[in-house]
Design a protein around this ligand. Structure first.
Ligand code: ATP
Ligand code: MG
Ligand code: FE
Length: 343
């Protein structure tokens, strides 16, 4: 059967239909980059308005693409948090209305669970438990994914997320919005050894990440006006990768056995990050799994797939119509709070 997925937690309005055989039957993504570009970042109120204007026609078009109606779907899965609350509410309320109108079960999905299970959508051989590096615009975490709904957080950032560090670096270098892909692009023409930059928490006994000091050093390097933007970008990217590899190596060494090293989230689209992680997996004799680039950044196929995983899990229960949208929603509620960190 089909699950309809809806995603609206940041600045992509997206709908998708995914079947239990992991086929993405149809999907549409409307990016709001043009609407936010003049402000150099996502403006929550503009995002919420854009979602509310676009989501309903986008869902209709997605159903049309697949040649099905709401009556043909088994369940409706929507991101219920964490994210920008106005956008999340638009997606979740729309899902509730469709669920009620078509008498279909509602499945409220944690956006991070969507990212966490996305590698299994593209790779049917990937089994639990796996070690997941979740690197996105709002998060930088290492999780042991033990099953559907079973996530043990081993590390998080004490300040900025990795995607946020890429975005801020892009802003400092005047590369515009969105920043991550632009930094990756110009870093290819730069010399990563040119600009000495710090690697916060490298070799630290604690498991966590930190990127705020790296970002400040990028700002100072830019202000000194002695380096080319491409060299700063390449040096930043290498410093960030060194941190990620060091922290992930520590987690692999400390963690109980896993079947694979897996990366997900927007920054997983970065080819240099992927290559470094693949080499690290090799050190531990583990397979490396990364979703195709289009499944790394926000999309609704991963939300629909998380819905399929929830449907197939033992003791499935749909969510009640009064379930709330949540701006914050930790994947691992047991994880100890970390100074300065969000979820
Ligand atoms: P979260 O998932 O934490 O709620 P989000 O949904 O905004 O945050 P994603 O869409 O998963 O984040 O990822 C977007 C982030 O990924 C942005 O910070 C963006 O700059 C970064 N990103 C996307 N492509 C690349 C790339 N090629 N290299 C580096 N960073 C990238
Ligand atoms: Mg976006
Ligand atoms: Fe995301």
């Amino acid at each position: 059967g089909l699950v309809l997925g809806i995603e609206s937690s940041c600045d992509e309005t997206a709908a998708a239909l995914v079947d239990e055989g992991r086929r993405i039957v149809a999907q549409r993504i409307a990016s709001q980059d043009d609407a936010h570009r003049p402000y150099g970042g996502v403006v929550p109120e503009i995002a919420a308005r854009a979602h509310s204007e676009r989501l309903t026609p986008l869902i209709a078009a997605t159903l049309d693409d697949a040649g099905v109606t709401l009556g043909d779907v088994d369940a409706i899965a929507a991101t219920a948090g964490p994210g920008l609350i106005g956008g999340v509410m638009v997606g979740l309320v729309t899902a509730k209305a469709l669920s009620l109108a078509a008498d279909k079960p509602l499945i409220a999905i944690n956006h991070l669970e969507g990212h966490a299970l996305s590698p299994r959508l593209a790779d049917r051989t990937l089994q639990f438990p796996y070690l997941l590096l979740l690197v996105s615009g709002g998060h930088c975490q290492i999780l042991r994914v033990e099953g559907v709904g079973q996530y043990r957080r081993l590390a998080t950032t004490i300040d900025d997320a990795l995607g946020e560090a890429f975005d801020k670096t892009a802003k400092i270098l005047g590369l515009g919005f969105p920043g991550g892909p632009a930094v990756e692009r110009i870093a290819r023409d730069g010399d990563a050894a040119k600009v000495p930059l710090p690697r916060p928490l490298l070799g630290s006994a604690e498991p966590h990440f930190s990127f705020a000091g790296l970002k400040s050093a990028v700002l100072r390097a830019r202000e000194a006006q002695t380096h080319a933007a491409a060299d700063i970008a390449a040096s930043f990217q290498q410093a960030a990768i060194d941190c990620v590899i060091d922290r992930t190596r520590r987690a692999l060494a400390e963690s109980d056995a896993v079947t694979a090293l897996v990366v997900a989230g927007g920054v997983a689209a970065n080819k240099a990050v992927r290559a470094a992680l693949e080499a690290l997996a090799g050190e531990f004799g583990l397979p490396f799994v990364a979703p195709p680039l289009a499944l790394c950044t926000d999309n609704a196929a991963m939300i629909a797939w998380a819905g399929q995983e929830r449907l197939a899990a033992p003791h499935f229960a749909s969510d009640p119509l009064d379930i709330a949208a949540r701006p914050r929603w930790p994947l691992d509620p047991e994880a100890a709070p970390v100074r300065g960190a969000g979820v």
